[in-house]
Design a protein around this ligand. Structure first.
Ligand code: SF4
Length: 251
């Protein structure tokens, strides 16, 4: 496993848990709004920390932790993800997996193995619009299958969309809520415009709150809960990423 950055323990990223976030290196997508360019390189890139170092970091802080989040990049591309999850569970910690949903078979294997306590999967757009967002040719049936795998897993979960003005509409968000019908939670979250992959998105203001609120009743008829996360709130997902370091931290 190659870890590009370790986020200090906080309660921002794992519902109900005080958790460290491990941002792995390597992703198979190139989302135009992605703010994690420093993590997108090959999983074979040697510019990062290995699992042994991360484990040492966790063991030194065990008493102050409830859990560990595997984020990225795309964690399911890491060959030793299962081993890392097993090690974290053996420490008595809970685990959360963040994924882009492109590897449903690996996801299925992990979610049936009692290794993951919470899973957050990105649904970036309605399936017919995926190619516009992710910068790679992708078989969207993989995304559909992953949605099914997550919903069937019985594991607490959320699906989330990073909403970008000009790239998303509320009609699309409603369509996503149809796609994930029956899910535990649907989260729409601000994108961080400080360093997006596509330069023209830099500095673009966040998606306005009102239209996101206006679709609440529609979305809540399809999923158990609907959450709007803003970067300036006390417990938003993107805060950790806003503080993310582009270079590995010393551990
Ligand atoms: S937003 Fe996530 S899935 Fe998309 S390129 Fe960035 S790390 Fe990969």
């Amino acid at each position: 496993m190659l870890i590009g950055s370790i986020e200090r323990a906080s309660e921002h990223d794992f519902p109900g848990k005080r958790a460290v976030v491990l941002y792995v290196r390597g992703c198979n997508l190139r989302c135009s709004y992605c703010g994690y360019a420093g993590l997108l390189g090959s999983c074979d890139d040697r510019n990062g920390h290995g699992w042994a170092q991360a484990e040492d970091y966790l063991l030194k802080r065990l008493e102050r932790l409830d859990g560990v989040v595997f984020s990225g990049g795309e964690p399911t591309l890491q060959e030793d993800l299962r081993h890392a999850l097993e090690r974290v569970k053996s420490m008595g910690l809970s685990t959360k997996l963040d994924t882009n949903g492109t590897q449903p078979e690996i996801l299925r294997d992990l979610l049936t193995g009692d290794l993951v306590d919470y899973v957050a999967m990105d649904v970036k757009a309605p399936l017919e619009n995926y190619a516009n967002l992710v910068g790679r040719r992708i078989d969207v049936e993989l995304i559909r299958t992953s949605i099914w795998v997550v919903k069937q897993s019985g594991i607490p979960h959320e699906f989330r969309t990073t909403v970008v003005p000009g790239l998303h509409t509320t009609r699309e968000l409603k369509a996503i809520s149809e796609l994930i019908h029956g899910a535990d939670r649907y989260v729409v979250q601000d994108f961080v415009s400080t360093n997006p992959l596509r330069e023209e998105l830099k500095g673009r203001p966040a998606f306005p709150n009102k239209p996101l609120e206006d679709i609440r009743a529609y979305v809540e008829r399809r999923v158990r809960s609907y959450e709007i996360r803003h970067v300036d709130e006390a417990r938003p997902m993107p805060v950790a990423r806003r503080r993310m370091r582009s270079k590995p931290v010393a551990i």
